[in-house]
Design a binder for this molecule. Structure first.
Ligand code: FAQ
Length: 311
């Protein structure tokens, strides 16, 4: 009976035994994983777009090569994650359709415009920095294929984060105008980066169940605090000011206190009404449609190979 299976499943999770694709799992566990992993994959793929707008405008050949390599990595992460989600019985087509039809979410952060080269630095520093904090915790996720995907992805994100911070260093320690650009990028990307960790624990719909199943290992608020504590000294080193007048070290807590996040903005951006949502989705759908002939050709070729083998 299912109750025995459910108890056995939870006991395995509690003993830190990874759940693998062929193992029995509750429907809700499967659904939650498909939702989270596919949203994660969509974020990687949509995440290529904002940075992509700067490939042709990178300030030097070396910067261009670095940026291209980073963007290519994000594409790889997306494909890797779609494969991890497919082990749960869904298909890439279903997931991509859900994204294009607005049924699946992707990270809030990729709906903001990339206004200057300094923003490329800020994205690597803050967005990849936030992604790493979140994903290091996911390396201990109870679902084997997701946890293992996270390990490699974290290593690559770590290169991305350094790449971004290094751009911030050259801007912040450059001319007055460059420093001003770096400050402006930090001002615009700081708050949306904090929103990447999701709603507060009190508001988070899925957290308690996901924590019990050990899909999530650390809560939204705790990860956000970790990110803030890590990043403030990095901004200090750059000589940049955090755009938060309430940000202050709290000796007693051993953490930084920070100001109120604009949750209404997160809701708006996640529900499709951010500054670049329409543009991002239009670009994704166009790329998908323009690529249809490649997918058709690949499928026809695979079919031909199969028939040849059978003959
Ligand atoms: N944006 O109950 P919770 C990257 C949704 S990094 C949009 O707390 P959960 C690397 C949430 O889905 C970015 N939606 O949900 C890169 C749910 O909606 P639903 C990707 C958000 O799942 C860097 C509802 O709100 N990383 O791509 C957001 O337990 C640079 C309720 O929230 C991941 O996806 C948000 N920020 O916790 C690429 C990490 N927050 O589905 C290119 C994996 C919440 O019920 C360039 N995901 N929502 O309709 C996770 O860790 C979790 O899913 C959370 C949310 C923590 C994001």
């Amino acid at each position: 009976p299912e109750t025995d299976e459910a108890a056995h499943f939870q006991a395995k999770v509690d003993r830190e035994i990874k759940i693998e694709p062929r193992d029995w799992m509750p429907d809700g566990y499967r659904k939650t994983l498909v939702r989270q992993i596919s949203q994660h994959a969509h974020s990687e793929i949509v995440g290529m777009l904002p940075e992509g707008t700067w490939v042709t405008r990178a300030p030097s050949l070396r910067r261009k090569v670095q940026l291209l390599a980073k963007i290519q990595d994000e594409g790889g992460h997306g494909l890797y994650l779609y494969s991890a989600a497919e082990t749960l019985g869904t298909s890439r087509e279903e997931m991509v359709d859900a994204l294009h039809e607005g049924r699946a979410k992707y990270s809030n952060i990729f709906n903001y415009p990339v206004l200057s080269w300094a923003d490329i630095g800020a994205i690597g520093w803050l967005v990849d920095g936030a992604a790493i904090i979140n994903q290091i915790a996911l390396c201990r996720c109870s679902y084997g294929p997701y946890a293992r995907a996270m390990e490699r992805i974290c290593r690559e994100e770590s290169f991305h984060q350094r790449q971004g911070y290094e751009i911030m260093m050259s801007m912040a320690f450059g001319t007055k105008e460059q420093k001003r650009m770096a400050q402006s990028a930090l001002d615009r990307w700081w708050w949306p980066s904090l929103m990447m960790f999701g709603p507060s624990d009190r508001e988070s719909a899925h957290s308690s169940q996901s924590m019990q199943w050990k899909i999530k290992r650390v809560s939204n608020d705790d990860l956000r605090q970790q990110f803030i504590d890590m990043t403030v000294p990095q901004a200090d080193y750059l000589g940049l000011r955090m755009p938060d007048p309430d940000l202050k070290w709290n000796e007693e807590r051993g953490h930084y206190d920070f100001g109120e996040i604009d949750w209404a903005e997160l809701k708006r951006v996640v529900s499709g009404d951010g500054p670049c949502n329409k543009e991002r989705m239009a670009a994704r759908i166009k790329a998908h449609e323009d690529g249809a002939w490649v997918r058709d050709a690949a499928a026809a070729y695979a079919e031909k190979q199969r028939m040849r083998k059978e003959a």
